[in-house]
Write a new protein. Structure first.
Length: 261
């Protein structure tokens, strides 16, 4: 591929352990990357998670660098850009109240029927993220090891996803993280957010590069690959950091990419 003009990332298990703040090494690499190209982060996580996991770790970085970072919570149904004083909302594609009620009811009822509604959790199981309803089997604050052990082969999430999808046929139901199911408007996945990003920045897919931990067919990063965006599969944030250590010298040797519009 040609030298990318934009480098995009999944968040959980790509830039940081699930729900955890990015490491100082990743923060430094993201800012170094932003000196050369546009940077984007897209995830099923909500806006608050982006602010605590990423924004809070960027410190007092230069405003010019922060303006080259694009944040797309809930698979791009929300879009945040730095306006000179902070990251502010550009758009939100929220669900209607009727859609939210139907999604929440279907998730709880089907999880209980399948024996997947846990009695001991770390925080709420269901969350209204405005543009996305999320089921987290062990709660939003469950430790990483417990989440990994809950559904290692994905069969529990697949059963719940299929059961809920039949209840809300007008909505998109998909497996999210290691214990989660996400529900959005129909046709919403990471391809939606990346398409919005391409339209708003004027950068075509062929001039992007995406890093994700679930690029296998059926994984929640696969829709980005299916768009034709060049992709790099990673296994954890340390792997991503190592790839960026190799990529940055290549970018520094190339002419600086023009700013996104």
């Amino acid at each position: 591929m040609t030298t990318p003009r934009l480098v995009a990332f999944d968040l959980d298990d790509t830039l940081a352990p699930s729900k955890a703040a990015i490491d100082a090494r990743i923060a430094e690499l993201l800012l170094a990357l932003a000196r050369r190209v546009e940077v984007a982060i897209i995830s099923g996580g909500n806006e608050e998670q982006f602010r605590t996991q990423v924004v809070a770790r960027l410190g007092d970085a230069d405003t010019e660098l922060l303006q080259r970072i694009h944040l797309l919570p809930t698979c791009g149904t929300r879009y945040l850009r730095h306006d000179g004083s902070g990251f502010s909302l550009v758009y939100a594609r929220d669900l209607s109240e009727q859609q939210k009620t139907a999604a929440l009811s279907a998730l709880e009822e089907e999880a209980r029927r399948l024996g997947l509604w846990e009695s001991e959790t770390w925080g709420p199981i269901l969350e209204d993220r405005g543009s996305q309803i999320t089921f987290s089997a062990l709660g939003q604050k469950a430790p990483h090891d417990a989440k990994k052990a809950w559904d290692p082969d994905g069969s529990r999430r697949a059963a719940l996803r299929d059961a809920v999808a039949s209840r809300v046929p007008d909505l998109e139901v998909r497996s999210g993280g290691s214990t989660s199911i996400d529900i959005t408007r129909a046709g919403i996945d990471k391809a939606y957010g990346m398409t919005e990003l391409a339209e708003r920045t004027g950068i075509p897919f062929a001039e992007m590069l995406f890093f994700g931990d679930r690029l296998d067919e059926g994984g929640n990063d696969y829709p980005v690959k299916a768009l034709g965006v060049p992709c790099v599969a990673v296994d954890g944030w340390e792997d991503t950091a190592d790839h960026l250590d190799a990529l940055l010298p290549v970018l520094e040797a190339a002419p600086a990419a023009p700013r996104a519009r």
